[in-house]
Design a protein around this ligand. Structure first.
Ligand SMILES: [Zn+2]
Length: 152
């Protein structure tokens, strides 16, 4: 039945057009948030980020994305501390210990509208929030890596 599945996929591709899956395409709604993440660097309140376990230093958010390893949990709102809403980014340092970056309104001014956008996008697409965040992470990390490549 592989045959059937292939033709179905082909039909779908015709519907949405060939540019949708292109390497350089980004979700337009994500883009301004992606760019804001890519610019986090000079903010001394969260960067440079130093690993307490091994002492590795990550000067900026792009550098952190570039040189650490992704985990199953990525970007999550931290709801226990309700006075200061924060969002945590989880990744593993090169030494293997988890190195989190915490975003608040001070360090990422768009953080509230970011979660609003994720919620809206989830409703619009019918995908669970978790999946939308995962897509956002993928596009953001790709954006950061592509920028690094062109800058080098
Ligand atoms: Zn480390």
């Amino acid at each position: 039945m592989l045959y059937k599945r292939l033709s179905k996929a082909e039909a779908r591709r015709k519907e949405v057009g060939p540019t949708v899956r292109m390497k350089s395409s980004y979700n337009g709604t994500f883009l301004k948030f992606i760019k804001a993440f890519a610019q986090i660097g000079k903010d001394s309140r969260i960067f440079p980020k130093k690993c307490r376990a091994c002492g590795a230093v990550y000067p900026s958010f792009p550098d952190y994305i570039h040189n650490t390893n992704p985990l199953g949990r990525g970007l999550e709102p931290y709801l226990e501390d309700l006075d200061v809403p924060r969002t945590l980014q989880y990744r593993n340092c090169i030494c293997g210990s988890t190195l989190t970056v915490s975003f608040t309104k001070e360090t990422y001014p768009r953080i509230e509208s970011f979660w609003e956008m994720i919620g809206t996008e989830s409703k619009r697409s019918g995908k669970p929030v978790r999946e939308v965040v995962s897509e956002f992470r993928k596009q953001r990390n790709r954006y950061i890596q592509e920028r690094d490549e062109t800058a080098a």
